[in-house]
Design a protein around this ligand. Structure first.
Ligand code: FES
Length: 103
């Protein structure tokens, strides 16, 4: 059975932006797309373990703040070197104005 974890209020994430979410020993990046949907990926870049929430969201991509590697945050796919290993992705949803992710 799915276990949903509360992240924050939807209003805490601007459209086309990302926030960091730490849970237990793990860290995630939670995105709000330009059309208002929410998504979640691993929080650290697969290149050198930098927090992606410090990066830049452009449409459906996240650009790493360290070396400008890019990922599609909807699929996790690595799009631009030096990032070449995909991110893990997690289901995300909006319930009653709150953002939740399934871990
Ligand atoms: S740490 Fe993200 S591209 Fe290098």
């Amino acid at each position: 059975m799915a276990e949903w974890t509360d992240v924050c209020a939807l209003d805490d994430i601007e459209e086309e932006d990302v926030v960091r979410f730490d849970h237990g020993e793990r860290t995630f990046a939670v995105y709000r797309s330009p059309d208002g949907e929410v998504f979640a990926t691993d929080g650290l870049c697969t290149h050198e373990q930098v927090h992606l929430a410090d990066g830049l969201v452009l449409d459906d991509t996240i650009e790493c703040p360290m070396h400008n590697g890019r990922f599609n945050y909807k699929t996790g796919a690595a799009l631009r070197t030096p990032a070449c290993v995909a991110l893990g992705t997690y289901p995300a949803r909006i319930v009653g104005g709150r953002v939740q992710i399934e871990l």
